[in-house]
Design a protein around this ligand. Sequence first.
Ligand SMILES: NC(=O)c1ccc[n+]([C@@H]2O[C@H](COP(=O)([O-])OP(=O)(O)OC[C@H]3O[C@@H](n4cnc5c(N)ncnc54)[C@H](OP(=O)(O)O)[C@@H]3O)[C@@H](O)[C@H]2O)c1
Length: 264
Amino acid sequence: MTTHHKHCVIIGGTSGIGLALANDYLDKSWQVTIVGSNADKINTLNSYYQTNDNLTIKQCDITDARQRQQLFDELANTPMTHFIYSAGMYYNERKLNLSKVQSEQILAVNLQAFCQCFEWASTQLKQHPKNTHLIAISSVAGLLNFEQMSLYARCKRVMIEICQAYQLALAPFGIGVNCIACGYVNTQKLRELNAGNAHHKPFLCSEKQAVHEINHAIHRNSKLHIFPKPMKYVVRALSGLPELLLSQIMKLQYQQQDKKLHQK
Ligand SMILES: NC(=O)c1ccc[n+]([C@@H]2O[C@H](COP(=O)([O-])OP(=O)(O)OC[C@H]3O[C@@H](n4cnc5c(N)ncnc54)[C@H](OP(=O)(O)O)[C@@H]3O)[C@@H](O)[C@H]2O)c1
């Protein structure tokens, strides 16, 4: 890989939003490195993309300190232009009492490994800061603060706060930090969690639309980009409400969604 190429690293690039972003960067002739932990997904991707020299696929459990360090060592000599943290782990926490393993996984993927990756990537980007961006894929779930919010939502909320700190810290270096608060995106993972069909989710958007929104946010160097627009307006309106009222509304909203899911 030569240094004049633009290079995007996507942690959590082996499926869903991360993979859709990877395909978009490949279409624009960037060098792309995608990272995921699942060997089956990686084998399938390796056979599909075997002739594409611009793509590197790396297997790494980003929550494992040793594997993560090995990944960082392998990536250290290849300058990056964009670093995207799209890795995420979510369950239907309303339906499920999380097991110890699941709650550990949610915390480790959505928050702890994110912190480690942003710390490493920011140091890397400072070496070649021109036109570089750190991008975090968070969620609108993190924008509403109420007592019964899920562990996933809490992690995504902290992610948004951490991005705000990096925005201030990296501004003198000219490095952009963009936090993306996605509404519902029709990925396979979201469908799997909803009996194969996520169409009952409010303001559901396609992976293609998500890629368009994320590109737009990076291009405009948005600090916090919330999409789709109707979801952004709803979340803005809800976040001004007293916490007790917000809790009640969220409870009703989730009951409504669950009813629609059962009617399918
Ligand atoms: N879809 C939505 O409606 C929605 C809404 C708001 C926010 N988001 C956020 O968007 C991101 C992508 O979600 P998605 O729906 O596209 O889900 P997805 O297809 O499951 O993507 C998650 C990615 O994270 C990777 N990952 C998970 N655990 C990992 C680990 N321990 N080590 C390395 N990689 C790991 C997965 O790869 P492996 O399986 O190979 O490990 C996969 O590439 C997540 O951060 C999610 O929270 C999604």
